[in-house]
Ligand binder design. Structure first.
Ligand SMILES: O=C1O[C@H](COP(=O)(O)O)[C@@H](O)[C@H](O)[C@H]1O
Length: 265
């Protein structure tokens, strides 16, 4: 006897989409494709910022396999966050992005915007001003510094991009768009990351959460209050674009865990 669970259409007041992980990756890739087609038709370009982590691998692969016909030459790809490691390092988010997506699509080199974490072997050296440089590139290339779509993951501790619980970077002023952080757990090295103010300027945000190891964080988010104290504890709660949409994509394992069968309502 299967246990049927109906999932609601919203999570924390924003749209929720649930499915099995593979299908969910397809749905998100399809939504990126649709948004890109719409924006390319109306304004001629599409600025897409992509997070790192393992959950998004399936989405990158899906985009490469099923949506390679998108007009990639008018798409700009940006990074949400990056570890301060060389691009050849397997921990590099850019390496993953390139390996799983960029090398398979027809995107011009000049439309790819890796975070400058490795400048001639100097990794996130504050003297070299990499965070400022990335912020300036965004300001010059992205109209109104407003990404058309940002795709995020969530850590089991509630971190989003490379903004970790308790980080002072969760309280930066609205003009600070890119920072170097060193606030993660002991085993995470320094990183470069977009901040909440620029994420919250985006026109569309997708948050992709899969796997039963994310069940606890989903429950904590659901039970949490709002306000700065909650954001300090669970940074993803700070993603709340005033003029943009947020869609949560959660697979059944992350959302309802042990139940076997599910249905949309
Ligand atoms: O460290 C990071 O973690 C989050 C979540 O990653 P996942 O492996 O659990 O999918 C990710 O969104 C972030 O960009 C990344 O740098």
């Amino acid at each position: 006897m299967h246990d049927y669970v109906q999932t609601p259409a919203s999570f924390l007041g924003r749209k929720l989409m649930t499915s099995h992980a593979d299908h969910l990756a397809y749905l998100l890739a399809r939504d990126i494709d649709r948004a890109a087609q719409q924006d390319i038709e109306t304004k001629g370009s599409f600025h897409l910022a992509l997070a790192g982590g393992t959950s998004l691998l399936k989405v990158f692969q899906m985009l490469a396999q099923s949506f390679a016909n998108l007009h990639w030459h008018t798409v700009h790809v940006w990074q949400v966050d990056e570890r301060c490691v060389p691009h050849q390092d397997e921990r590099s988010n850019f390496q993953t992005l390139d390996r799983e997506l960029l090398r398979f699509v027809d995107i011009p080199y000049s439309n790819i915007h890796p975070m400058p974490v490795d400048v001639s072997g100097s990794l996130c050296d504050p003297e070299l001003g990499g965070a400022h440089a990335y912020s300036e590139t965004i300001r010059h290339v992205v109209p109104n510094s407003q990404f058309d779509m940002v795709v995020l993951g969530v850590g089991t501790d509630g971190h989003v991009a490379s903004l970790f619980p308790g980080s002072p970077d969760l309280r930066v002023d609205s003009s600070t768009h890119v920072v170097i952080t060193n606030d993660g757990p002991a085993n995470t090295q320094r990183r470069m990351t977009l901040t909440l103010p620029i994420l919250n300027r985006s026109r569309r945000v997708a948050v992709f959460i899969t796997g039963s190891h994310k069940q606890d964080i989903v429950k904590r988010l659901e039970a949490s209050g709002r306000g700065q104290a909650s954001i300090d504890r669970l940074p993803v709660l700070g993603v709340n674009p005033v003029n943009g949409t947020v869609t949560w994509y959660m697979d059944y394992n992350a959302y309802t865990g042990d139940h076997h069968q599910h249905a949309f309502i």
